[in-house]
Design a protein around this ligand. Structure first.
Ligand code: ADP
Ligand code: MG
Length: 233
């Protein structure tokens, strides 16, 4: 049975940690009702054959990522291997991931379903303000967030009306709304996800911040492909 939100938070706290790795963060997000790609965690000590087995269970092509709470930007560290198409490729990727310097006691690999190309990559996050409590952030992924700071914020808990405003007030909104013959993104799925994240951080104030970067948005669904959750110390 899939672990509950409380199970995941308690396990991390019992291990005296406060940063969830991507696998744990996405388990938490899934427990909050948000779709994630299928994922399997394999301890590095189990070796390449266990990784290949996990790939076969998920079904090629897969994505392999090195899980470490010391790595914040996985792709910058070479810790994301996309489009692995065979057991031989998985074995090579495993060796490359094992060669990455990091100081964790127990290295682990997340093997996950390779999600199809989205219409747009979006970002949803939360931060916790000592005075105002949790706030929710929304933006279009990639350069639009990093360079243009094109994001919207609301204090949690957010209403349907807030979610709708958050969606419409970013400059990049036309990219989601069928601009120049593009496919139109599932706007209801975005609003639903904003509300689920708001509910999650409102009901679990042990969460200090979280970052879903990116979520893949399609014409009929949304999928969180990366996640990072940090608990209060
Ligand atoms: P980082 O820690 O560098 O943000 P991500 O987990 O976000 O690492 O992966 C980097 C990029 O790889 C993502 O922005 C996304 O475009 C792509 N990606 C990651 N996971 C998947 C997946 N399961 N399926 C398809 N693409 C993925
Ligand atoms: Mg990311």
């Amino acid at each position: 049975m899939a672990p509950s939100i409380d199970d995941i938070i308690k396990k991390v706290q019992n291990e005296n940690r406060h940063i969830l790795n991507e696998f744990e963060s996405k388990e938490l997000i899934a427990a909050a009702g948000i779709a994630i790609p299928k994922q399997e965690l394999v301890l590095a000590t189990k070796g390449a054959s266990a990784v290949v087995e996990a790939c076969e269970k998920i079904g090629f092509p897969v994505v392999m990522k090195l899980m470490s709470d010391k790595i914040v930007h996985k792709s910058d560290a070479g810790a994301v291997k996309l489009g692995i198409g065979s057991g031989a490729e998985a074995t090579t990727a495993f060796e490359e991931l094992m060669a990455i310097e990091c100081v964790d006691d127990q290295k682990a690999i997340s093997v996950q379903e390779m999600a199809g190309k989205p219409i747009v990559e979006i970002i949803i996050g939360s931060i916790s303000d000592p005075q105002f409590g949790p706030a929710i952030m929304f933006g279009i992924g990639g350069v639009l967030v990093e360079v243009m700071k094109d994001v919207s914020f609301r204090i949690a808990p957010i209403s349907d009306f807030d979610a709708d405003e958050m969606l419409h007030e970013i400059k990049g909104f036309p990219l989601l709304n069928g601009f120049r013959g593009r496919e139109k993104a599932d706007l209801d799925a975005i609003k639903d996800t904003l509300k689920k994240i708001s509910e999650l951080v409102w009901n679990h104030q042990e969460i200090n911040e979280m970052d879903l970067n990116p979520l893949f948005i399609y014409s009929d669904r949304i999928l969180a492909v990366d996640g990072r959750v940090i608990l209060k110390k």
